[in-house]
Design a protein around this ligand. Structure first.
Ligand code: NAD
Length: 337
């Protein structure tokens, strides 16, 4: 059993913890939290050993009636792999703690690429992380793009990708984020950081990205144009995508017109937290004009990176079989609509 610790138990961390706990070959040794808030309370209710991320705040947990298993360095020492799910930039600050304990570490996409030996997507470059000391699971948007670019590159070749990312202003719990009544080019300069981030997974891929931010919380939406190297037709692309377990092709008859109904579907089908781990591609949008492929996809920013984190844990632990890891992850979590 791979002993896994999760440092940072927020939006991503709590989902990674649940996914790890569900795996047949992993054991969650604990989660570390900075504050004894409602998320700490849920960790205790789930019987996840709770560690204090900041030693000076140990007493605050006791004051809230939350029992601690220890402090974060004990969690790092006990784990075979640490998944750092702290806010952007804090992961890099924590890196020396993990190095001091020689504990292989997974960082998240909010960190700069140089925080880890390799940037990781389970579909595109699993092998690069096998046996590494650290990996960075790329952001929700880069994960969503990598999952479609990998099969397109393999089947037809990608001459050039152009993507406009319409991004949610904040996650549902982020009441301090915006905009609340505007549509922002974000960043106003082109390309946005997403294209270069995709290049951490596909170094030679020609991609331009444009970012926008809108008053929404549920999901991101991508408008994608990929010029293929050889001709395809839409049916071929749909058939190829249908083989990909982390792509959900929204059926034309489903009457799903946006993120609201997608999330409703996820809740109705009993997904934990209404999570959509798969890219949600509108099948009707998949169109090919000559060698130009167009599509719309929605990306659930809070959850699409979660199965990737689980696979990254196996890769760092030396398990070299990418397809087997992805299958195990998906079976345990219930990925694949
Ligand atoms: P979050 O703010 O929801 O959760 C972070 C958690 O870490 C919080 O509970 C916070 O209290 C805790 N924390 C803060 N400082 C800490 C420290 N020093 N030690 C331990 N814990 C600490 O953030 P998030 O959305 O889960 O993002 C985490 C990472 O995942 C970031 O790199 C982010 O860019 C990336 N990411 C986020 C999303 C998303 O949409 N939320 C998607 C993909 C990747």
């Amino acid at each position: 059993m791979i002993q896994v610790g999760v440092n940072g138990y927020g939006t991503i961390g709590k989902r990674v913890a649940d996914a790890v706990a569900a795996q047949p070959d992993m054991e969650l040794v604990g989660v570390a939290k900075t504050r004894p808030n409602f998320e700490a309370e849920t960790a205790v209710r789930k019987a996840y050993p709770l560690y204090a991320a900041v030693p000076e705040r140990v007493d605050r947990f006791a004051e809230e009636g939350l029992e601690l298993a220890g402090e974060v360095d004990e969690l790092v020492a006990a784990a075979d792999v640490i998944v750092d799910c702290t806010p952007s930039g804090i992961g890099a600050e924590n890196a020396s703690l993990y190095e001091d304990h020689d504990t292989p570490t997974i960082f998240q996409g909010g960190e700069d690429a140089d925080v880890a030996e390799v940037s990781f997507n389970a579909r595109a470059n699993y092998a690069d992380a096998v046996g590494a000391d650290s990996a960075r699971v790329v952001s929700c948007n880069t994960t969503g793009l990598s999952r479609i670019l990998a099969p397109l590159e393999e089947e037809w070749g990608v001459e050039k990708a152009r993507v406009t990312l319409v991004r949610r202003g904040g996650d549902p719990g982020q009441t301090d984020r915006g905009p609340i009544d505007d549509i922002l080019p974000d960043p106003v300069t082109i390309p946005s950081h997403h294209g270069p981030d995709v290049n951490t997974i596909f170094p030679d891929l020609d991609i331009d990205t444009l970012g926008m931010k809108v008053p929404a919380t549920l999901m991101h939406t991508h408008s994608v144009n990929v010029t293929l190297e050889s001709e395809a037709d839409a049916e071929d692309v749909l058939d190829r995508f249908a083989d990909e377990t982390r792509l959900f092709l929204i059926p034309p008859g489903a009457d799903i017109d946006g993120s609201g109904k997608l999330k409703e579907f996820a809740h109705d089908t009993g997904r934990p937290r209404g999570d959509l781990w798969e890219n949600c591609i509108w099948a009707e949008s998949v169109t090919v004009e000559g060698r130009d492929l167009y599509l719309f996809q929605a990306i659930h920013q809070e959850s699409d990176v979660v199965p990737e984190n689980v696979d990254a844990i196996r890769a760092l632990s030396g398990d070299a079989d990418a397809a087997e890891s992805r299958r195990t992850t998906e079976d345990a979590m219930g990925v694949g609509i």
